[in-house]
Ligand binder design. Structure first.
Ligand code: BJW
Length: 257
């Protein structure tokens, strides 16, 4: 990544009326949340089949909930990092910017982002396996594992999308709509291996969008990207932000300079 690439990314963003930022686990890595793949990834220590499928939950709900409870404890202690914060600022000051995230940690919202489509759900919500009702549960640790629905007594599950499960229809439709109509898509911190999320950049490219990738490693998207900014999100996004020249406004909001 060189200075010219940072300037080119800033120019693309400045000229875009509709931007989608697709994020993955890498954007939260610098907050202290482990990614899934790669050397220190969760799937190197745990088997996805045992913990992130409906079959695993039916087999041993306490085991699956134990793993999610451990992750809730971890996620309750972390803060949004500079990458999340830059995106929250851009949403306020650049026209038509939306975030589509695969993350379940809620850190984009914690940074102040409002327009966030959560493809894989949110760890701070639970869903009744019988009534399908969804409710917020933000306790770092659950009182009872596995937890039960206070209304009907059935098992509660994390309101997340496991392997082999369809994404919520309205959520996926919104993500596809945004991707297929954006002028610029910025893909941050995803291995781009899990579908349908990994298909969204293709939908953007097919409609002529410019693709910027921010990742320390290459991915299947790298060769398709118009700009590949190799580095950590918490370092690269603030550099692009500096080049964009969006300064602090009078009321704590920000304005373009
Ligand atoms: C940094 C960084 C820093 C590090 N800064 N970057 C064959 C082909 C196509 C599809 C399939 C297939 N076989 C099976 C499927 C379907 C499957 C799938 O895609 N599998 C592939 C793995 C092959 N998909 C599904 O099952 C999905 N559902 C579905 O397709 O339904 C169809 C259906 C229709 C009708 C009826 C029934 C079904 C659902 C997928 C759900 C994924 N769930 C998880 C868990 C969510 C809950 C939880 O968190 O517990 O979602 S798995 C996990 O992977 C999690 C993530 O959101 C997702 C993506 O991972 P992500 O974010 O890309 O993280 P990593 O770790 O992979 O990458 C991190 C990146 O960051 C790396 O590139 C680093 O370099 C980088 N990085 N530090 C910037 N500081």
């Amino acid at each position: 990544m060189n200075d010219t690439d940072i300037s080119a990314a800033a120019a693309l963003l400045r000229g875009s009326m509709k931007t989608v930022v697709l994020t993955g686990a890498g954007i939260s890595a610098e907050s202290g949340i482990p990614t899934f793949r790669g050397e220190d990834g969760l799937w190197n220590r745990f088997r996805a089949e045992d913990l992130a499928t409906l079959e695993a939950f039916r087999e041993d709900a306490a085991l699956v909930w134990g793993w999610y409870d451990w992750r809730r404890g971890l996620m309750s202690k972390v803060e949004a990092n500079p990458a999340h914060k830059v995106l929250a600022l851009w949403e306020r000051r650049l026209p038509g910017l939306s975030i589509v995230t695969q993350n379940i940690d809620g850190l984009h919202q914690k940074a102040g982002s409002k327009s966030v489509v959560e493809l894989h759900g949110n760890i701070w919500r639970v869903r009744c396996t019988k009534e399908r009702t969804v409710s917020a549960n933000t306790e770092p640790h659950l009182e009872e594992i596995p937890p039960r629905c206070p209304s009907c007594g059935a098992l509660l599950r994390p309101d997340v999308v496991w392997f082999g499960e369809p994404l919520e229809r309205a959520v996926l439709e919104e993500a596809v709509r945004l991707s297929a109509t954006c002028e610029v898509m910025v893909v941050v911190g995803t291995s781009a291996l899990v579908h349908p999320a990994a298909s969204l950049p293709m939908a953007a490219l097919e409609r002529g969008a410019r693709l910027i990738e921010i990742n320390p490693d290459s991915t299947p998207l790298t060769r398709l990207a118009h700009l590949s900014l190799r580095g950590k999100a918490g370092a690269v996004l603030p550099l692009v932000q500096d080049r964009l020249g969006i300064g602090p406004g009078e009321d704590g909001q920000r304005s373009r300079t």
